[in-house]
Design a binder for this molecule. Structure first.
Ligand SMILES: [Zn+2]
Length: 86
């Protein structure tokens, strides 16, 4: 459907390998110790769903929790061309 869904569909977007593994549904999705998270705000973290290519090592991460994404919209600065100091 969408090219952006490459890793989610099991194909590495970098090298084209189908050796893509995901943390989805595994223990680290439950917010426990050593969970893979991104800090959203003070005391607020979003759990990441990761897709890793076992061939080239490329990692793609998604915040699945929509409430956290709304929080990020609220708290974070929007990325734009100007913020890239080249
Ligand atoms: Zn790859």
């Amino acid at each position: 459907m969408n090219e952006v869904d490459g890793m989610r569909k099991g194909t590495c977007v970098k090298c084209g390998s189908e050796e893509v593994y995901t943390s989805k549904d595994s223990w680290n999705q439950h917010g426990g110790f050593e969970s893979n998270t991104v800090p959203v705000a003070l005391f607020s973290q979003a759990v990441l769903e990761n897709y890793v290519c076992a061939d080239c090592g490329y990692v793609e991460s998604y915040v699945r929790d929509q409430k956290k994404r709304e929080k990020i919209r609220e708290k974070w600065a929007k990325a734009c061309e100007d913020s890239k100091s080249a």
